[in-house]
Design a protein. Structure first.
Ligand code: ADP
Length: 486
């Protein structure tokens, strides 16, 4: 039984137009703990009808929220940020219960997620237009930036708070209203965020949450609606492509944070101990279930054995178990499908000649969704570990011999979200940074996410940037005023 010091954060209703409601049909959906597979709670299972109602309410709310001055919107967001941090421990417990990540990581995510709210409370006050010199002496040219309007957001389960706040906070700061569909697996953090937003004074209809497992119905309503002017999505490239197609009918703006296949390159001049620390953080955080996780380790032949040995030693020190237990560093995978995918990726590699140095198996008594952290060698580019986003605690290590080869292999994927490399040669650092076709490059650094920097991908990893001074642009339209007869 999940006991919170603020029990009002365990919400069992949808939040639509400032009211806590059930699904019209009365249908409910269970939310499970992935570590124990026990049911935490039932919540209403929303569909198209509830989504439409939330969108219509957002349309009405937008007309007044857009006219609230930026300073006041900022004050509301600051209150929301404070409430998130005041309730950090409860939110972390909720997150570990529904998502599985170790409690220390959940606490970190609450702070990271909250940081977007604080950041955009500040950035929302710094939206500027331009004056432009006209070619005509009797004209003046000015630009305004205005909120795009009603936004729909669809978010994944791997970061049940941060993926929401980095969409909702800039939307609200810019003056937009927003309807959120959180991941089916992790609606509880989303509803708790809505509760705190309500307490912070976000007006009715400005932020609604429609949770449920009928993703296609909810998504179809969002993408088909002519009221919704923008869709912001974080999830798989496969679903991102479907949603982009659906948005074409009403020519919506879209922001897409999609999958990755990050190379993690270790050059012979690297500090190998630092590279192992970065590798552990990048690969094994959240049990390998992040879109910026290192996916392919590329290690120069001269340091291959030394790096591999150090990495294996570090992996052996990880502790697998229920994220709520002390000292656990690797929690469960999110569900059966995730477990099956990870096991089949490893099996496909080993049956084609890959060697397991550590791990390579599921539960050793922890429970059905657990997969032990794994290191694979003797891998090649025909294997799924090379071509697919693994989304699990599996590190395949490939060998290269030259810098050009490392860049070529690094870029040999349709994805372009994050890449990492370790080197101490300043010339190489510039060449490789410029040569990697990625939106984010970590240099001698395995953790790159922060609210102050622009997060986003190129190629099939997405469109748009979240966080930083650029993150609010995704929620603003530029209007050009041409004033004649001056
Ligand atoms: P993941 O593998 O991380 O779950 P998905 O892309 O499947 O990635 O899911 C990300 C989000 O998109 C979740 O909220 C999920 O419920 C939602 N989703 C999945 N399929 C659809 C769809 N056809 N339409 C709208 N949303 C969808």
């Amino acid at each position: 039984m999940l006991t919170l010091s603020n029990p009002s954060l365990l919400c069992s209703q949808l939040y639509i137009n400032g009211e806590w409601v059930n699904a019209d049909s009365g249908a409910v959906m269970p939310v499970f703990n992935p570590a124990t597979k026990e049911k935490i709670i039932d919540i209403p299972n929303a569909g198209a009808v509830e989504t439409r109602r939330a969108i219509e309410a957002a349309d009405v709310a937008f007309q007044s929220w857009r006219n609230v001055v930026a300073k006041e919107r900022s004050a509301v967001l600051k209150r929301w940020f404070k409430l998130i941090m005041d309730n950090q421990e409860d939110l972390a417990m909720l997150m570990t219960a529904e998502q599985g990540k170790p409690l220390a990581e959940s606490r970190g995510e609450v702070a990271y997620g909250g940081a977007f709210v604080e950041w955009f409370a500040e950035e929302g006050r710094r939206v500027y237009g331009d004056t432009i010199a006209s070619n005509n002496a009797t004209q003046r040219i000015v630009t305004l930036k205005q909120p795009v309007g009603v936004v729909a957001a669809i978010t994944p389960w791997n970061f049940p708070i941060a993926m929401i706040t980095r969409k909702v906070a800039p939307a609200l700061a810019a003056g937009c209203s927003i309807v959120l569909k959180p991941a089916t697996e992790t609606p509880l953090c989303a509803l708790a965020l809505a509760k705190l937003a309500e307490d912070a004074g976000v007006p009715a209809g400005v932020f609604s949450v429609v949770a449920g497992n009928k993703a296609r119905d909810i998504g179809g309503e969002m993408t088909g609606s002519s009221i919704v002017k923008k869709l912001t999505f974080t999830g798989s490239t496969e679903i991102g492509k479907v949603l982009m197609e659906q948005c074409a009918g009403t020519v919506k703006k879209t922001s897409m944070e999609l999958g990755g296949n990050a190379p993690f390159i270790v050059f012979e001049d690297a500090d190998l101990d630092a590279a192992v620390v970065g590798a552990m953080a990048s690969k094994y955080r959240n049990a390998g279930q992040t879109c910026v996780c290192a996916n392919r380790f590329l290690v120069q032949d001269t340091v291959f054995d030394a790096f591999t040995e150090k990495l294996v030693a570090a992996v052996k020190a990880l502790k697998v178990g229920n994220g709520a237990d002390d000292g656990v560093t690797i929690g469960p995978l999110i569900n059966d499908a995730a477990f099956d995918k990870v096991s089949s990726i490893v099996d496909q590699a080993t049956s084609n000649g890959a060697r397991v140095l550590v791990g390579g198996e599921g539960s050793q008594g922890e429970g059905e969704n657990f997969y032990h952290p794994t290191v694979l060698v003797d891998v090649d580019d025909s294997m799924d570990v090379y071509n697919e986003e693994i989304f699990g605690p599996i590190a395949p290590i490939f060998k290269f011999s030259t810098e050009e080869e490392a860049i070529r292999i690094g870029n040999d994927t349709p994805f372009g979200l994050s890449a990492y490399f370790y080197s101490r040669d300043i010339g190489r650092i510039w060449r490789v940074s410029e040569g990697l076709d990625y939106g984010i490059v970590g240099i001698n650094e395995g953790i790159i996410s922060t609210e102050v920097a622009p997060f986003g991908g190129v190629k099939e990893s997405g469109i748009g940037r979240e966080g930083s001074k650029y993150g609010i642009d995704d929620y603003l339209e530029i209007k050009y005023l041409c004033m004649g007869g001056v």
